[in-house]
Design a protein around this ligand. Sequence first.
Ligand code: SAH
Length: 369
Amino acid sequence: MEAVPPGLKLQLANEPLAAVFARLIAATGPLSLAQFMAESNARYYMTRDPLGGDGDFVTAPEISQMFGELIGLWLADMWMRAGCEEPVHYVELGPGRGTLARDALQAAKRFGLVPQIHFVESSLALKARQLTLHPTAQWHDSLASVPTIGPILLVANEFLDALPVRQLVRTPQGWRERMVAFDEPSSGGETFMFVAGSQPRDSALPAGNLEQDWREASEGAIVETCPAAVAIVSEVAERLVAQGGAALFIDYGYVEPQTGSTLQAVRDHRSVDPFASPGESDLSAHVDFAELARVAQSREARWLGTVGQGHFLRALGIEARAANLAAAAPQHAQAIMAALDRLIGEGEMGALFKVMGLAAPNWPESTGF
Ligand code: SAH
């Protein structure tokens, strides 16, 4: 798994990334959007903890302990029904502050599941935070170094959406890579802008089931793909088949094929222009869950389903858990119910966020889907 493509190794941590990009574009021409996004997020995550009220965005595990607890119960349930095999590995991709792992592993322990902990994390700032909660964890740059003996119980929450996307744009000459150029208009100022690449890219269109539609797409149409997410889900699927285990991928995403750009930038809990301050805002794109389910199945892993986060958490009993917590601490009841609504409400995270479950072919059926 090489989520961040090699390339711009000329980043100097104290030089604004916009200046690095401008220099690079002047020297070698426009950058692909994928490279722009990869380098921007590498800088962004490397230098800060973006989570929580003081940061740029809030994720489900930071909203309530119920989220991680139910994921831990789901993993423990799968592991027990598969025969309590040891050694067993808890693997989390992009664990943020380590909160989800803390809540999940606490819940799992009650059922005798005490796995080895493996974190795939690129950010030094976040590794430092994870270390305080998980002193026995092992850190990895990619899945490649995670042990190959014993089942893996893998979780990735809001990880795939941070991986670089590639966009193809329909031009009168056919499909082209969507590139980022840099302009210094005579009116002053400087701006990044999209341009179409010079090379034909028709062969890079996803096979999908829409080949006919691709040919008939109108000028300006955009098709987005995420090769890094495909590579990671393939690798996870192969691990599940070879070692046993189960995996949950949770993200903002879609299950029907669609066209158009879903690239967005968030800073200080607000949507901003992705080009305004590269490396200073979180760039993300929606996850194409249909494609990822296809990829996992093509590697012989079992696809358990892809459902809304609200559906998944309800099926695991989040409403009863919230009622118990509220009864035990009436002074917090209102906050607990507000958190419940944020996690499962249709207008909140309940429908937009999806949960995709995968398992080894010989592992049991699951609840939640
Ligand atoms: N899962 C956490 C954090 C989500 S933010 C939560 O739900 O709160 C995205 C996480 O992925 C961060 O930990 C970030 O540092 C990590 N990350 C982003 N890109 C990565 C990459 N290419 N390789 C490894 N980790 C990455």
